[in-house]
Design a protein around this ligand. Structure first.
Ligand code: GMT
Length: 381
């Protein structure tokens, strides 16, 4: 199959999922054409059957706001036409699904029918998509796509609460559990925790929705309970400064390391004892899956798609949103009970392998593409 994939290339889990999917499909022999404003950061290198088509954004002085949606549309039209693509897969509805629809209409005039799959990832539905300045266009673009997928049951249900009536297939996010596994990194652990301390880890883009300062609060409470513990905060974003201030205010700054953006993250997860994701909204929680694959129990908020990933009491603990005492007690249990920790670490790894391994999820996308292409072909007969 020749598949065109569009995603946000430099930021966020939707771009990671799109890029890893494209790489995996290419490894299975499909020809993948990424269409984006820059090279997806997880792409690494361009392989024989992976191509990249850069969308050039027009900086004409009249345009206070460059019309990226139109530049993307034109690039999609050209790529479908000249590369003879079979299907388009748009990750994140805004504006990708809209550009694809417009491209489909333009191409129809030339006798080319290109089916579109739109994958909903999160705030394209939960926050941005509900903004009245977007909603009519987003709803239309999703309803008119030939196929729609969502990354969790929760996101599917949430989407159907609005004016969206598309059939939505749930295909969860995935991970390469060969790459994400616990690596022997004793020297690294020793450097971060020189006196045998335990290690709490949080990885995010530090947007307010990630509630990173709560991780610092919980860390402080754990120290007050007498745990010898260090905290690693990985990633960067708007709330990093508040998290730094919080650590200083609470007097724990010397035991907290802010690592900034780091790759490969599995090196860090390999030395973690507990992973925390106290997010205010999370449709799936890819970073939590990465931790689970590395055998790290996750403590998370009971919101969005997280209960579909983290099994409360089995692979970690779920607590009510903002329940600092609940998070602290959960971490306290894991850090105090070696057997419980070992059981949950093993269960996390097994769940990641059994339910979310790339080898299980990619064939579901392939089957879905076939289904959508068959339906689109029938429609024009
Ligand atoms: O919707 C967003 O906030 C952006 C998106 C992204 O690009 O990071 O995040 C969402 O998609 C990820 C990949 O499917 C999910 O793992 C994240 O849970 C989800 N983020 C939110 O729902 C806040």
């Amino acid at each position: 199959m020749k598949i065109g994939i569009t995603c946000y290339p430099v930021y966020g889990g939707s771009g990671v999922v799109a890029t890893e999917l494209g790489k995996a499909l290419a490894a299975k022999g499909h020809c993948i054409h990424f269409i984006a404003y820059s090279m997806p950061f997880r792409l690494g290198h361009i392989a024989e059957n992976i191509r990249f088509h850069e969308v050039n954004v027009n900086a004409y002085p009249l345009f206070e706001y460059p019309p990226y949606t139109l530049n993307l549309t034109s690039k999609i039209v050209d790529t479908v036409k000249y590369e003879e693509l079979d299907i388009l897969h748009m990750h994140y509805a805004i504006p990708h699904a809209t550009s694809a629809l417009l491209a489909r209409q333009i191409l129809e005039k030339e006798g080319i029918r290109i089916p579109i799959v739109t994958t909903l990832h999160g705030t394209d539905i939960t926050i941005v998509g509900q903004d009245p300045s977007f909603a009519p266009v987003v709803n239309y673009s999703i309803n008119e796509s030939d196929g729609v997928t969502a990354v969790s049951d929760w996101l599917r249900a949430e989407t159907l609460k609005s004016d969206i009536n598309a059939d939505i297939e749930v295909i969860p996010n995935f991970i390469d559990t060969d790459r994400f596994r616990r690596l022997p990194r004793e020297h690294f652990k020793q450097a971060i925790c020189p006196n045998g301390e335990k290690l709490l880890v949080h990885v995010s883009n530090f947007r307010p929705v990630k509630r990173a300062t709560e991780v610092v609060d919980v860390f402080h409470r754990l120290q007050q309970k007498g745990h010898g513990i260090k905290l690693l905060l990985v990633g960067d974003g708007p709330d990093r400064t508040s998290a730094e201030h919080r650590a200083r205010d609470l007097g724990v700054y010397d035991d907290v390391r802010f690592l900034g953006k780091q790759e490969p993250v599995e090196e860090i997860l390999s030395i973690a004892d507990v992973f925390m994701m106290p997010s205010g909204s999370e449709t799936f929680g890819l970073a939590a899956l990465e931790a689970m694959a590395c055998g790290v129990p996750v403590i998370a908020s009971r919101i969005g798609g997280l209960p579909e990933l983290v099994i409360d009491g089995e692979t970690g603990f779920l607590c009510e949103l903002g329940d600092l005492e609940g998070y602290t007690q959960a971490a306290d249990r894991l850090l105090s009970d070696k057997d419980l920790h070992a059981r949950m670490a093993t269960a996390s790894r097994i769940r990641a392998q059994n339910e979310f391994d790339i080898s299980k999820i990619v064939p579901r996308y392939e089957a879905y593409y076939e289904q959508v292409m068959d339906k689109a072909a029938l429609a024009i007969q």
